[in-house]
Design a protein around this ligand. Structure first.
Ligand SMILES: [Zn+2]
Length: 481
C-alpha cells in the first residue's frame, strides 16, 4: 500500500513546482496550459495504467473475448474520430448491471455490462463512449485540478484513497464503488460541471457523426436514462457523475437536428454481442429458450432480427445443456455465414461442453489460418489445444499475441496454462508474473520473476531480460534514481 501511495506522491512532487507558480498568480492562466503543467499526459498514462491494474485486481470483470474484441473495435473507431491525442486504450468490461461507462486519463476505458444491455443500438452505446472521450480529449480531469487547489487535492485524494484501499486488501466495497462510478469522483459533489458536460456532448456528437453513426442516438439514450432515473431509487450511475438536465437534453436534440439526416443501419455485430450478454446475465428475467422460440415465430426469416434471435436460442439451449438442439439452432446461421466468429464461437462452446476438443480444433483451425489476428478465434483455439493436451502447438501464437496485447490478462493466463501443460517452469513463472502484475499484485509478480531468474542462471540474455522486467515492475519508491 505504501508503495502505491509513493507512486502518487512522486507524481505530485514532480508537479508541485509548476503548480505553485500557477497558484501564486491571481489570474487563471489559459486552461489547457495549466492543465498540462499540473499533470502531464505521460504522468496521467502512468497513473491511469497503475489504477487499471488495481481495478482489475479488485473488481469482477467479464473476460469474454468476443465482447472484449467487439468493444475494443468500437472504442478505437470512436477514439480515431475523436480529438484525443494519443488513443492508446486499455479496456475493461465490468461485471455490473448498473448503467455506466467511464474513461479516465491514461486511456483507460471501462464499460459496464449494464450499459450494453440497456443501450438498444450500437449508436446509443457509442454515444456514451463518445461523450466520455469528449471529456478525455478536453482533459477535463486535469483542467479541474487547475481550477482550484481544493479540487486538486480532492482529485488526488480520491485516487489515492481508492488505490490505498484496494492495496490494503479490504478495498472491495470502497474501491469497487468508486471504480464503477467514476475514477476520480467519489460522489455527486465531484461530478462534472454543466459546462464540461455540454462540451463533452458537443464533441462526443461530432465523434459519433464522424464515425458514421446517428447523432440522434445521444438524446434518445439520454431521454431513456432520464425516464429510468425517475423511477424511485433507480438512478443510473452514469447520471450521478454526468448530471443530466432538461436543458442538456434539449441542447443535444437541437444539435442532432443540425446534422443532415441520414439513414443508418444498426450493427449486427453489436446485437449479436448483446444477445450473448443477455443470455449470460439476464437468465433470471425470461431471456430463456421459450423467449427466443417465441421471438423467432414472430420474426421474418432472413432478417437480422431472426439471426439475433436464433443465436440467442442456441446460446440459451447451450446454457440449458440441450446440446443437440443448440447445434440444430446454429445450422442455418453457419450455413449462411460459416466464417462469422459469433456463430463459430457458439458452436465451439458446445464442443467444449461436450469435451469434443478435436472437433473444436478442426472447426477453428482453417478460419484462424485465414484470420491469424482474430482475437476471439485465437483464444478459443488455444483453449481447445490446451484442453486436448497439445499446449506446445499454441505457445508461439500466444507469445506473439502477448507482445501485441501485453496488458491483456487473458492471454497471459492462457500462457500459464500452456506452459503448465508442457511442464515449462520458466514459462510458467514469467507468465504468472504478468498475471499478478496486471491485477496490481507487484509483490507476487516479482516473486515469480525471481524464480524465473534463478532458473535462467547461465542464460545471460534471458537473465538480462528478466532483470529488466523486474526493474519495470519495481514499485516507484524502491527504484534507484
Ligand atoms: Zn460527462
Amino acid at each position: 500500500m505504501k508503495r502505491l501511495i509513493a507512486i502518487l506522491l512522486i507524481v505530485l512532487t514532480a508537479a508541485s513546482p509548476v503548480q505553485a507558480a500557477s497558484m501564486s498568480s491571481n489570474e487563471l492562466p489559459e486552461l489547457g496550459d495549466t492543465a498540462s503543467s499540473i499533470v502531464t499526459p505521460e504522468q496521467e498514462y502512468v497513473l491511469g495504467r497503475a489504477w487499471m491494474r488495481q481495478l482489475r485486481g479488485s473488481t469482477p470483470s467479464v473476460s469474454d473475448p468476443l465482447v472484449q474484441d467487439y468493444l475494443e473495435r468500437l472504442a478505437y473507431r470512436l477514439a480515431f474520430h475523436s480529438p484525443m491525442e494519443h488513443p492508446d486504450l486499455s479496456l475493461i468490461i465490468i461485471k455490473d448491471r448498473q448503467i455506466n461507462a467511464f474513461a479516465v486519463p491514461g486511456g483507460v476505458v471501462g464499460v459496464n455490462v449494464g450499459l450494453l444491455l440497456y443501450a438498444e443500438t450500437e449508436a446509443e452505446a457509442a454515444a456514451v463512449l463518445a461523450h466520455e472521450f469528449g471529456h478525455l480529449s478536453q482533459r477535463h480531469f486535469a483542467r479541474r485540478l487547475a481550477e482550484n487547489k481544493q479540487n486538486q487535492w480532492l482529485y488526488l485524494g480520491a485516487m489515492l484513497a481508492s488505490i490505498a484501499l484496494a492495496a490494503a486488501g479490504d478495498g472491495q466495497a470502497g474501491f469497487a464503488g468508486l471504480a464503477s462510478t467514476q475514477a476520480a469522483m467519489v460522489d455527486n459533489q465531484l461530478s462534472y460541471s454543466r459546462q464540461y458536460e455540454q462540451e463533452a456532448d458537443r464533441i462526443g456528437m461530432q465523434t459519433l457523426v464522424d464515425s458514421g453513426m446517428d447523432p440522434h442516438a445521444m438524446p434518445t439514450f439520454f431521454q431513456r436514462l432520464q425516464r429510468q432515473s425517475r423511477q424511485v431509487g433507480n438512478i443510473p450511475e452514469f447520471i450521478l457523475t454526468h448530471p443530466l438536465t432538461e436543458s442538456r437534453i434539449t441542447d443535444t436534440i437541437n444539435r442532432a437536428n443540425q446534422y443532415p439526416q441520414k439513414l443508418t443501419q444498426d450493427s449486427l455485430d453489436y446485437q449479436l454481442v448483446r444477445v450473448r450478454l443477455a443470455t449470460t446475465y439476464l437468465s433470471d428475467s425470461g431471456r430463456g429458450v421459450a423467449f427466443f422460440q417465441q421471438q423467432l415465430i414472430d420474426t421474418n426469416a432472413n432478417t437480422d432480427r431472426a439471426r439475433i434471435n436464433r443465436l440467442g436460442l442456441a446460446l440459451a439451449l447451450t446454457r440449458e445443456r440441450e446440446y443437440a438442439k443448440a447445434r440444430e439452432a446454429l445450422v442455418p446461421l453457419l450455413s449462411e455465414n460459416p466464417q462469422r466468429v459469433d456463430y463459430l464461437v457458439a458452436a465451439t462452446e458446445i464442443d467444449f461442453a461436450e469435451q469434443k476438443y478435436d472437433d473444436a480444433i478442426r472447426r477453428l483451425e482453417p478460419v484462424l489460418t485465414l484470420n491469424p489476428d482474430n482475437y476471439p478465434l485465437l483464444v478459443y483455439y488455444a483453449r481447445a489445444q490446451i484442453a486436448a493436451n497439445h499446449p506446445e502447438r499454441v505457445i508461439e501464437r500466444l507469445e506473439a499475441a502477448a507482445r501485441e496485447r501485453s496488458d491483456d490478462p487473458q492471454i497471459w493466463r492462457l500462457l500459464v496454462d500452456a506452459y503448465t501443460g508442457s511442464k515449462n517452469n520458466l514459462g510458467i513463472f514469467r507468465s504468472k508474473a504478468e498475471v499478478y502484475f496486471l491485477s496490481g499484485d507487484n509483490e507476487k509478480a516479482l516473486e515469480q520473476l525471481q524464480l524465473a531468474a534463478d532458473g535462467a542462471k547461465k542464460n545471460y540474455p534471458l537473465t538480462a531480460k528478466i532483470q529488466k522486467r523486474m526493474r519495470e515492475m519495481q514499485p516507484e519508491k524502491d527504484k534507484k534514481s
